[in-house]
Design a protein around this ligand. Sequence first.
Ligand code: GUN
Ligand code: ZN
Length: 453
Amino acid sequence: MLKAFRGSFLDFVNDPFYTSEAESVRYFSDGLLVVEQGRLKALGDYDKLKPQYAGVPVEDYSGKLITPGFIDLHIHFPQTEMIAAYGEQLLEWLDTYTFPTESKFKDRAYAQQVASLFLDELLRNGTTTAVVLAAVYPESADAFFEEADRRRLRMVAGKVMMDRNAPDFLLDTAVSSYQDSKTLIEKWHGHNRLLYAVTPRFAPTSTPEQLQLAAKLLQEYPGTYLHTHLSENVAEVAWVKELFPDCQGYLDVYDQVGLVGERSLFAHCIQLTEAEFERLAAAKATIAFCPTSNLFLGSGLFKLEKAKSVDCPIRLGLATDVGAGTSFSMLQTANEAYKVAQLRQQKLSPFQALFLATLGGARALALDDKIGSFAVGREADFVVLDPRSTPVMAFRNAEASPASLIELADRLFSLVIMGDDRAVQATYILGELAHSKGQAGNLPAANSPLKIL
Ligand code: GUN
Ligand code: ZN
C-alpha cells in the first residue's frame, strides 16, 4: 500500500511574491516522500522519516529535484499540430492557421489520436494538470476527457463556444452550444479527476445571447469554471469595442452577463486598463500569463508587477497557450516569463516562477486542497527534475544537491532558463510512474498503469 521516494523536495507553503523565501519555500535537500493510495502521506528529512517507514520500498532519486507537477493554466489541444505557424498576429493567425486546423476535430477518432499525443507531451514535460480548450465540436471535448480519464489525470477542459465571426464549419449556435456543453458537463464534470470549464472562445466569436447562456451554465453547475481569452491584442480590443458598443470595455462584455467571478479564468490580459485590473482583483478572478504566446504573436508584455501588486493582487498562474505558445514546457514558459519581466525592468525570481507553475496555478483554480504542493493528503502528482540533463547543465551544476536556499535558487534558476523536456526525468500521477525519460516515444513505462492505445 505504501511507497516512498527519496530525493531533494521543493514546494511552497506561502506565496513568494508576498512573503520572504524563508517563509514561503519548503525544501528538503535529502528528503523522503511517502505515498499511500495515490495521496501524500508524509514528507520530511530522509534520516528522520526513514525509521518510521522501514520496509517501505523506496524509489531513489538522489541528486534530482522533485517538485509538485506543473499546472498549465491555458492550452489548446487541437492546436498541437500547428505550433510554430509563421508570420501573423492574433486575428490573422486565427483565420490563416487556427480555424482550418480546428476544423479537423469534427472527426472524433482524429481528435482522440491528437488528445492522446497531446497528453503524452504534457506528461513528458512534467505538466500534470492543464486547463484545456477543445475545438467547437463536442466530440473533440469528449475524446479529450476520455483520454485524460484513461490516464487518471486531473484536467479541466471544455468545448469552445463560438456562434459568429468564424467560418461556417466552425460555428455552433447559442442554443446548441448551451445544450452540448450541458451534456458534456453532466458526463464529465466531477467524473474521477475531471472538471469542466464553460469556454466561450472570446468575445468576438460569441453573440451576447451565447455569452448569456454560458453564464446560465455556470449558475446551473456551480463547480464549473469560466475559461476564455481577454484583451490579448490591440486590434482585437478595438474590434470588441465595435462589436459591443454599449459595453465599457472588453472585460465589461463578460461582466455585464455575469461571467466575471471567482471561478473565471482569463488568458492573456495584455491590454487591460487600470480599472479592469481592479475589477479582476475585486472579483477574485484569475489570469493566465502566457509569455511564449504573447511574444510569439507580438501581443505585448504582461504587467506581472501589476497583477502581483500588494494593493491590487490578482490570482495568477502560468500557461503555455500552445499553439500560439511555442513550447509545451512550463520550464521554458517560466524562462520567457523571466525575460518579459526583465524587459519591463522587473524581476521574477526562480521561486516565484516555480510558484506560478505549481501552487499559484492550483490556487488560481481553487484546487490547492488537491494539487500544487506536497501538503499531506494532496494527490501525488509530481515531477522529477534533473539539473544535469545536458552536458552544459551537468558542467554548471556539478556539485551535490544544494544545501542552502541561495544555492537552491541558483540551481532552480538554471532549470528555469536552460531546462525543458530533457530535464524531466520522470512524471508521477497519483504516485504511479506516468512518464520516464529514456522510455521509447509515447509508450508508457513498463511499470506504468497506462495502457498502450
Ligand atoms: N483568442 C481567440 N482564440 C484564440 C486562440 O486560439 N489563441 C489565442 N492565443 N488567442 C485567441
Ligand atoms: Zn489561447
